[in-house]
Ligand binder design. Structure first.
Ligand code: DQA
Length: 147
């Protein structure tokens, strides 16, 4: 089983960026936790980050026939990108939306996710653990018929 972890804009700054909201771990720290957990679970994980919307679109398109699931922290594009929404719908790859922060308890504009209607479900507000919960959700999806 192969799970693609895709990260959007500004997540390369984790650790320095608004640590009161996003915590003190870097994206590399989170990647290392995900890789260890994936190894323990016997699944392949691929971890990527980009600040470019089109690159995320291409990675989602390319996941078709390659990955079993996508765990996506689309960051700010969550709230703005019809292109990402269409890429997820078009790829047909089961996608789990994750956020470090609880987007529903923050500014009004963060409460709307353009991608939420095309993902299996959303995990938000568990800090860096949102990634491990995303991994768990992806594995369980594969094992069950949910989603
Ligand atoms: C985020 C929440 C988004 O609203 C924000 O733009 C981010 C990070 C999160 O992980 O909590 O960059 O996706």
């Amino acid at each position: 089983m192969k799970i693609l972890f895709l990260n959007g804009p500004n997540l390369n700054l984790l650790g320095q960026r608004e640590p009161d909201i996003y915590g003190s771990l870097t994206l590399a720290d989170i990647e290392s936790q995900v890789m260890d957990a994936a190894k323990d679970a016997g699944v392949e994980a691929v971890f990527r980050q980009t600040n470019h919307e089109g690159e995320l679109v291409t990675w989602i398109q390319d996941a078709r026939g390659d990955a079993d699931a996508i765990v996506l922290n689309a960051a700010a594009y969550t709230h703005t990108s019809v292109a990402l929404r269409d890429a997820i719908a078009g790829s047909g790859v089961k996608t789990i939306e994750i956020h470090i922060s609880n987007v529903h308890a923050r500014e009004e504009f963060r409460k709307n996710s353009i991608i939420s209607s095309v993902v299996v479900g959303q995990i938000a507000g568990f800090g860096q653990h949102s990634y491990l919960l995303g991994l768990d959700a992806a594995i369980r999806l594969k094992e069950s018929s949910v989603g």
